[in-house]
Write a protein that binds this ligand. Structure first.
Ligand code: ACM
Length: 739
């Protein structure tokens, strides 16, 4: 009989969902600290403890997601350096419990021991290390941190673990030695019983999580030599770099929290950055070499060095890089695609400059190299255009905003406004460039223009629509368009000129999606103008605009970026397409030899809900769980891909974080690796570590098992649909492109 079963039968243990919790009564000879979701609910610090805990019924709400019992006696032992006793099972995060088992003379509990795990120093995990490894966000959130080390081990995402120690083992003189667990339950399954391994592997719980240096996201190639020593990162580790790399050295120093860059290699173990032509044919290629006395980050170009530096940061402990021990080895990488991006819609909801900077940092941390800013839409105009001051005076403001989606949506009063000055945008361009991210601007033309029309109604089809008086307070497809006039063209040219004067990249977005022909059909003025222009159908009006805007962009020495709807007309040379309407649009662009970026909505629209449950905030569109994002496949011949983050229902930075992460991490990996998607399980194992990186960066990501209560939006109506329904809609949209 299991010890826990016997205790249960004696009424000394409560069993919740197969997990045993030692009750206070009579149980004082056993364990320990109890933490539920990182919150310590009970503690016992001595075998004869008078503060033997009681778990009041109802206070422990075990929903199967988190329970850790740790022996409280480790407190007395903390001074002793490396007490292996008492570090309770932390399965799923690090092999701490397995270490205990190993240290007590048993074999490793997991048959999945790979090189990865073999590289973990066996039995060498100090209590402090263990706590640092396992203390994640919930611990911090609940005010528990390293200071709680003596009292227990807390970790994020634990399922339910229990360790019972033989009371005779808890004699004080044994505390500093190898205390052997007699029974370990993981998720209710005994993995140790009677002091011996049972061989059971309870689901995914038993394998230790990977060390960070084997868990980069995106994945890079690595070879680790665990027998050739370790490099230890210290606060005074110098970073040595040539003049052209000092900016990267400074950033790396900030990320690693290590000493200033220097120009000469000292005697101390150091980190060296260098450009080298033997690294990769790809300008972004890099190679990190680690030896006990040296880390070298070599790149084919400074950009490659930067990608390597980002990777080096990932090799270190997310929460506190100093002290990280990296095994000797090499890590190499180069991207499959040159365009690896994310689009942020700052028109529906404006994001302040600081938030855009932070997002640039986060993109760079994922080897993403494009931030596409969707700067205008019906709901807001966000940049200055010389000669058109009302765009920002009127077009950048709205006094109310739709809440929710579908027939039950309401419109809530409340001013929303914001725009970027030209100087702010120039500052962002420079900030991004230092991080090897290209900022790509987009102005929406000739549809999605209500904010502009509110400022300059005369640019619209004034004979068929009431003049717009404000940026749109609602969401959806808006039928307002520019009138096919010279004044409208001149306005578009001025907007493009303004962007060319600020942004130095090759591309300028000119929009082109979801442009209604309704007003052109109804407008006598538009019809007359079409006659003058020789346009025989309203479907020729958008291509007329496109030709003009593309030519203007080309005259400025740039390439126009447009949504794939422009495929419905002849696409002039000098256009790069954003294929958002599935594989059909992508295939058509490739067939016509047009450079194309894949952002298929079913895999890359990060405003779509992350699961098919009511807990997801404001569900609009089909479910797009991270597993699906990880299936993103960009065909050969495309220039790359990007995720699109539409912000109708993402009014705050936290909401944007929630929608973006960790799905953007999955997409970043897909864009870096290219080809067919690999195993999600392999990604998921690394994601486990990567979530700690996101948490350490303060990202309010969506937990894998669903939104936290404060991340839900109960009562706000949405408009979810199935993948099949959405597929049907997209099929309809691209019907004209099918051949
Ligand atoms: C789009 O989603 N309308 C490009």
């Amino acid at each position: 009989m299991l010890l826990s079963e016997r205790l249960a039968s004696e009424g000394r243990v409560r069993v919740y969902r197969g997990v045993s919790v030692v009750d206070g009564t009579g149980a004082e000879r056993y364990v320990a600290d109890v933490a539920v979701e990182g919150a310590r609910v009970a503690a016992i610090s001595r075998t004869d403890a008078t503060d033997a805990f009681d778990v009041p019924p109802g206070t422990v709400e075990i929903d199967g997601t988190a329970l850790v019992l740790a022996p409280g006696l480790i407190a007395e032992d903390a001074a002793g350096g490396s007490p292996l006793v008492g570090v309770t099972t932390v399965s799923g995060v690090h092999a701490a419990s397995v270490m205990n088992v190993a240290a007590s003379g048993s074999a490793h509990g997991s048959a999945q021991g790979s090189d990865a795990r073999a590289a973990v120093p066996r039995g060498g995990l100090s209590l402090e290390d263990a706590v640092r490894l396992v203390s994640a966000e919930p611990a911090a959130r609940l005010g528990l941190d390293l200071g709680d080390a003596p009292r227990g081990v807390i970790r994020a995402g634990a399922i339910a673990d229990l360790v019972l120690f033989d009371p005779t083992e808890l004699a004080p003189e044994r505390l500093r030695t190898d205390l052997a667990p007699v029974e370990v339950l993981v998720a209710g399954v005994p993995v140790v019983a009677d002091g011996a391994l049972t061989g059971s592997q309870p689901g995914r719980m038993l394998p230790a999580s990977l060390p960070p240096y084997l868990a980069t996201v995106p994945a890079v190639q690595h070879e680790v030599y665990s027998d050739r020593g370790m490099f230890t990162l210290r606060a005074d580790t110098p970073i040595v770099a040539d003049a052209e790399l000092t900016g990267i050295a400074r950033q790396l120093g900030d990320w690693l929290q290590v000493g200033a860059e220097g120009s000469d290699a000292s005697q101390r173990p150091s980190i060296t950055l260098r450009v080298s032509d033997d690294v990769s044919d790809d300008r972004e290629g890099f190679r990190i070499t680690v030896a006990p006395t040296l880390v070298e980050v070599a790149g084919a170009t400074p950009e490659g060095v930067f990608r390597g530096a980002v990777t080096l940061r990932q090799l270190c402990t997310p929460e506190s890089p100093v002290g990280s021990e990296l095994p000797a080895g090499t890590w190499t990488g180069a991207p499959a695609f040159g365009w690896r991006g994310a689009m942020l819609d700052v028109a529906r909801h404006f994001r302040p400059v600081d938030d855009v900077r932070r997002l640039i940092d986060l993109l760079a941390a994922h080897h993403l190299n494009v931030l596409h800013l969707h700067l205008t839409d019906d709901q807001g105009w966000r940049f200055e255009v010389p000669g058109y001051p009302r765009l920002t005076e009127i077009g950048a403001v709205r006094e109310a905003t739709q809440l929710g989606h579908g027939p039950q949506a309401t419109v809530q009063p409340g001013r929303h406004e914001g725009f970027y000055t030209a100087d702010e945008l120039r500052g962002l361009v420079a900030y991004a460039a230092e991080r090897f991210v290209t900022l790509v601007p987009e102005v929406e033309l000739p549809g999605h223009v209500q904010a502009a029309l509110a400022a300059y109604p005369e640019l619209g089809n004034t004979d068929v629509s009431e003049p717009a008086t404000s940026a749109w307070e609602r969401f959806g497809i808006n039928h307002r368009t520019l009138a096919p006039t010279q004044a409208a063209l001149d306005f578009g040219y001025a907007a493009i000129d303004a962007l060319c004067g600020i942004f130095d990249c090759e591309w300028v977005g000119i929009g082109g999606d979801e442009v209604s022909t309704q007003e052109w059909t109804a407008s006598a003025a538009a019809q007359e103008r079409m006659l003058q222009l020789g346009l025989t159908s309203v479907h020729e009006v958008q291509p007329w605009f496109t030709r003009a805007f593309v030519a203007h962009v080309r005259a400025r020495g740039r390439t126009a970026l447009a949504w794939d709807e422009v495929l419905e007309g002849d696409v002039p040379d000098g256009v790069r397409l954003l294929a958002w309407r599935g594989p059909v649009a992508m295939a058509e662009a490739l067939r016509r030899g047009i450079p194309v970026i894949g952002c298929p909505d079913l895999e890359a629209y990060l405003d779509y809900p992350q699961a098919d449950t009511v807990d997801e905030p404001i569900r609009v569109g089909p479910p797009l769980p991270i597993e699906r994002a990880y299936t993103l496949r960009i065909p050969d011949g495309a220039v790359g891909g990007q995720a699109n983050v539409w912000t109708e229902h993402l009014p705050t930075r936290d909401r944007v974080d929630f929608a973006m992460f960790p799905r953007l991490s999955a997409i970043a990996e897909r864009l870096w690796l290219g080809g067919e998607p690999g195993s999600f399980d392999d990604f998921a194992e690394r994601l486990d570590v990567h979530l700690r990186r996101l948490a350490a960066a303060g990202v309010q990501y969506r937990p894998l098992d669903g939104p936290r209560p404060d991340q839900r939006r109960p009562g706000v109506p949405g408009k979810p649909m199935s993948i099949e329904q959405r597929t049907e809609i997209v099929d309809e949209l691209v019907a004209g492109l099918r051949r």
